[in-house]
Ligand binder design. Structure first.
Ligand code: FAD
Length: 547
């Protein structure tokens, strides 16, 4: 049995080691066009900033180790140029000697990853303009930092990689500007949650340019000295790092006639076989089934690549394997003092597909408020108004964001409703959480909403024509004014609710939605028929008007 694997990083390396564990007799070869295999690409930004101090730490495994421990032959600097499906072999070029070779296979596993999008593609990039996608990219950026006096940098792309680079360059004392083509950073998040991170970037002194793309750069003495943007503006810079998204690297698969799906990735079945059952594909280059949409999507992330690699390796080695689970796009990024994480679908996507949804936003502490060090987070769950099924979640805040999103991702994976989320038995002691965890609080808010106890309205709802009741303190109202509202502080409610008009549709508002819930319940109890709570409160609504 000859198993040949093309691409030796996340998916490819996982496939190789799993295949070996399953089948000690198979002849396994990895062909990798780069100089390294199994390197920690997710760690690259952190070595640029020095948080991961030594470069060697990124080299998770070497070709020597693969041979010594697994008897997997690794051929680095071997680029596969063609798949001969009839002859069951791949053609490759040894990039060191420029010689052509062919490698026969019984099973072929493709894990060729993705290609970073390249703005200003028609101009040859100077050395101080780079992607951060490979170890050589990272080396080039570090070389720029070492050899030149880099005081200013422009990062293009406000996705996960771009934000990590912004944080790490800022850590080095560099004045960083972030350029994002969209009107918001962090596309998997809804705009108001992304805005929390945008505001945090500005607080840290990062220049933020939204709605503009890198169009060109000014070059002097062979180096980029300014980024020229699509809105006509320019930003002076000593370094440009581009993280403007990726596209699947499918040329080999296309040329071999393998089926390509509607999202541009290779089509695979549940055990990662392509339209040719002897050829598997995994990682950034494939389409996987989304757990909520139940349709193919591309999720270029390390988790699915590693899990799929394991499945392909197993199936290639013994002809059977457990099916690949559906994906939710669960992702997380640290941006200075905040963490942003998400899973499942966001409102933008649901609205674009005309899928009905509702959402509940809560503000909660990472652990019991009376225990020192609690950090605040905003947590949003999105659910179906019909059956309460969870559709997605987003969180932004300090400590504990990761745990909450992972719990909700698990719940979504098993098809849970908001009522089932509210039932989860989660670990609690004051240093770790609260007896009613933020996950529960979000679920409670959603359950209240669906049972009209009272219902929630979105933070960006138009409130004109409604009786708006502001239950915050005078100080809070002064800090974040809410026009046209009747102010009745929550503790004055029992005495003053009679001032309100029972016949009008009424929305109760506080800072986070918690006190507003008490006020709204009070009014319902007093016979108000149409009363709702502004979910997320002024903490979220106030973000609408900000730039
Ligand atoms: P890769 O790991 O990219 O491997 C593909 C390999 O195939 C490459 O080494 C390439 O040289 C080789 N190859 C391509 N064509 C050929 C050919 N013709 N012949 C031979 N070899 C070929 N994901 C997360 O989930 N969390 C993170 O925090 C995260 N951070 C990231 C940070 C950075 C800077 C980068 C670059 C990526 C990050 N990712 C992260 C994404 C994650 O690394 C990828 O989703 C994952 O590596 C994809 O695995 P893969 O096997 O499909 O491709």
């Amino acid at each position: 049995m000859k198993i040949v694997i093309v691409g030796g990083v996340a998916g490819g390396a996982s496939a190789a080691t799993r295949a070996r564990r399953i089948n000690p007799l198979a002849e396994i070869t990895i062909l990798e066009k780069g100089r390294y295999i199994s390197f920690a690409n997710c760690g690259l930004p952190y070595h640029v900033g020095g948080e991961i101090e030594t470069r060697e730490k990124l080299l998770v495994a070497t070709p020597e180790l693969f041979w010594r421990r697994f008897r997997v032959a690794v051929k680095t600097e071997h680029e596969v140029t063609k798949i001969d499906r009839n002859g069951r072999c791949v053609h490759a070029v040894d990039l060191k000697s420029d010689s052509e070779l062919s490698f026969p296979y019984d099973r072929l596993i493709l894990s060729t990853g993705s290609e970073p999008n390249k703005p200003v593609a028609n101009t040859e990039w100077p050395v101080n303009v780079s992607h951060l996608w490979t170890l050589p990219d990272m080396d080039r950026i570090i070389e720029s930092l070492r050899s030149r006096n880099v005081r200013k940098a422009v990062v293009v792309g406000g996705g996960f990689v771009g934000l990590e680079v912004v944080e790490q360059l800022h850590r080095l004392g560099i004045e960083v500007s972030l350029v994002e083509r969209d009107k918001q950073i962090l596309a998997p998040h809804d705009a108001l949650f992304a805005r929390i991170i945008e505001n945090h970037l500005r607080e840290k002194g990062v220049g933020l340019k939204l709605g503009a793309d890198l169009q060109d750069f000014t070059i002097e003495n062979g180096l980029a000295t300014a980024a020229v943007l699509s809105d006509g503006s320019t930003i002076e810079t000593d370094l440009i790092v581009v993280g403007a998204g990726v596209r699947p690297r499918t040329a080999l698969a296309v040329e071999a006639g393998l089926t390509i799906g509607q999202c541009g990735g290779v089509t695979v079945n549940s055990v990662m076989q392509t339209s040719d059952p002897n050829i598997y594909a995994v990682g950034d280059m494939v389409e996987l089934v989304h757990g909520v949409l139940n349709e193919p999507v591309r999720i270029p992330l390390a988790g699915p690549a590693n899990r799929a690699g394991r499945i392909a390796g197993e199936h290639a080695a013994r002809g059977e394997a457990t099916a690949m689970g559906k994906v939710l796009g669960t992702a997380i990024v640290r941006v200075f003092d905040l963490t942003a994480a998400c899973t499942g679908l966001n409102e933008k996507l649901l609205a674009a597909r005309k899928i009905p949804f509702k959402s509940a936003i809560i503000q909660a502490a990472s652990h019991a408020g009376y225990f020192p060090g609690a950090q605040s987070m905003q947590l949003k769950i999105v659910y179906s108004p019909g059956d309460g099924k969870l559709l997605g979640a987003q969180a932004v805040g300090g400590e504990g964001v990761d745990k909450r999103i992972d719990v909700i991702a698990t719940a979504i994976h098993f098809g849970a409703t908001v009522w089932q989320l509210a039932e989860l038995d989660l670990a609690y002691a004051p240093p770790y959480g609260s007896a009613k965890d933020p996950v529960h609080m979000a679920a409670f808010a959603a359950c209240n909403d669906l049972s009209q106890f009272p219902n929630l309205v979105a933070p960006d709802s138009v409130l004109n024509g409604m009786q708006i009741v502001d239950v915050r303190t005078a100080k809070e109202r002064a800090a974040l004014p809410l026009p046209n509202a009747i102010a009745i502080e929550i503790d004055d409610f029992p005495e003053r609710w009679q001032e309100l008009d029972r016949s009008k549709p009424t929305v109760v508002v506080c800072h986070s939605g918690k006190r507003a819930h008490i006020g709204a319940c009070w009014l319902r109890g007093q016979g108000f028929r149409d009363v709702s709570n502004l979910t997320g409160g002024m903490a979220i609504r106030s973000l609408i008007s900000k730039p």
